[in-house]
Write a protein that binds this ligand. Structure first.
Ligand SMILES: Cc1ncc(COP(=O)(O)O)c(C=O)c1O
Length: 352
């Protein structure tokens, strides 16, 4: 992504922000527009909420409908995805013995909503285990579909899963559900803007680079059918929380490590404000942490200087650990650059 895009965000320059999936930063023009609307509301609340609001919302629905390819009258604005899922789930007439079929890759708040509702109504919440590493979308579809029974009333799945960041085959699953008279509810929290508007490849860079570091096995085949701007890579360590803290405190990198099944998944989500150097800083910091763990030390070496993680990236090029050497060799081969230029330590830059 271009450095110019970075200027459209208010993010602090001293942090490498790679967790758009949890709490994304708002682009400056959007931030300014919503502040303008808030001021307008506060200027004449009755005029705004009592008289103008329905017209303004209709206009906003029309704009969104055009973007997502829907009928404006089929769209409702909600505060967040969790609220939308709750509205859909609680409006369904679930009866005792009914089944809600889902996966074991759903977002916690959504999973709890369904569990709570099913308990109250005497229904069953079934979480099919999606095989990982996933072999093919057909295999995922068939595995999930094998759990459909005559009591299945609802299919609840994420378009892009939260822990593993995988794109699930929702089109085929919804098609099958409709044909079988099953209501499908899709958690599209990460989908809008990523699918099909997969405009960048940084997510792919992150995954390829981390796998090349020997971080862990891939969760799916490689390619845009499985992931877009968000990828998860298993790390060979048990203390994900500690490693996440090290990334934040020692390298100023904000990125989650999610415990899922028996794995610690480094989940990287990128936005327009991210650059290749952010991803390189992540490779370098992760390599140092893994190396420190492999040597039995709970902590990575402290960052020596510089406000941003580029300094840690330079640090790892000087680091003599085998993993860093392998990583450096791969990057050199990939870039085709001569060694002398490649290994030169650049001065820390304010923001790449
Ligand atoms: C798959 C998924 N669904 C739902 C949510 C919750 O989104 P919100 O905070 O908008 O309710 C998240 C949050 O990261 C998520 O990953």
């Amino acid at each position: 992504m271009s450095v110019a895009l970075r200027e459209f965000f208010l993010l602090r320059p001293d942090v490498v922000f790679l967790n758009h999936g949890s709490f994304g930063a708002c682009p400056r023009p959007v931030f300014e527009a919503y502040q303008r609307w808030q001021r307008e509301l506060e200027g004449q609340p009755v005029e705004f909420l009592g008289r103008r609001f329905p017209g303004l919302m209709a206009e906003a629905r029309r704009a969104l409908a055009e973007y997502v390819g829907a009928d404006p009258d089929d769209l409702v604005y909600v505060s967040n995805a969790t609220m939308g899922i709750n509205i859909a789930a609680r409006s369904l007439p679930l009866a005792p013995g009914d089944e809600v079929l889902s996966t074991d890759q759903e977002y916690g708040a959504a999973e709890r909503t369904w569990r709570f509702l099913c308990e109250r109504r005497g229904a069953r919440f079934i979480q099919a285990e999606i095989p990982v590493p996933a072999a093919s979308h057909e295999h995922v579809t068939d595995t999930l579909w094998a759990q459909v029974s005559p009591r299945t009333r609802v299919l609840f799945i994420s378009h892009v899963t939260s822990p593993s960041a995988l794109i699930l085959p929702v089109v085929e699953l919804v098609r099958r559900a409709r044909a079988a008279g099953i209501i499908s509810v899709i958690d599209g929290a990460h989908a809008v803007g990523q699918i099909p508007l997969n405009l960048d490849t940084l997510g792919a860079d992150a995954r390829a680079g981390l796998l090349a570091l020997g971080a862990g096995p891939a969760l799916s085949p490689d390619g845009p059918a499985w992931y877009a701007q968000m990828v998860s890579v298993p790390l060979p360590l048990s203390d994900g929380e500690g490693a996440q803290r090290r990334l934040r405190e020692d390298f100023a990198i904000e990125v989650p490590i999610v415990a899922w099944r028996q794995m610690q998944l480094l989940r990287v989500s990128v936005q327009g404000y991210n650059t290749k150097s952010d991803i390189e800083a992540l490779f370098a910091a992760t390599a140092r942490i893994l190396e420190a763990r492999a040597q039995g030390s709970p902590t990575a070496p402290r960052r020596v200087s510089g406000p941003r993680a580029e300094s840690s990236c330079h640090g790892v090029l000087r680091c003599d650990c085998p993993r860093a050497r392998r990583h450096g060799q791969r990057r050199r081969r990939a870039s085709g650059r001569p060694r002398a230029a490649r290994d030169r330590v650049r001065p820390p830059s304010p923001r790449a």
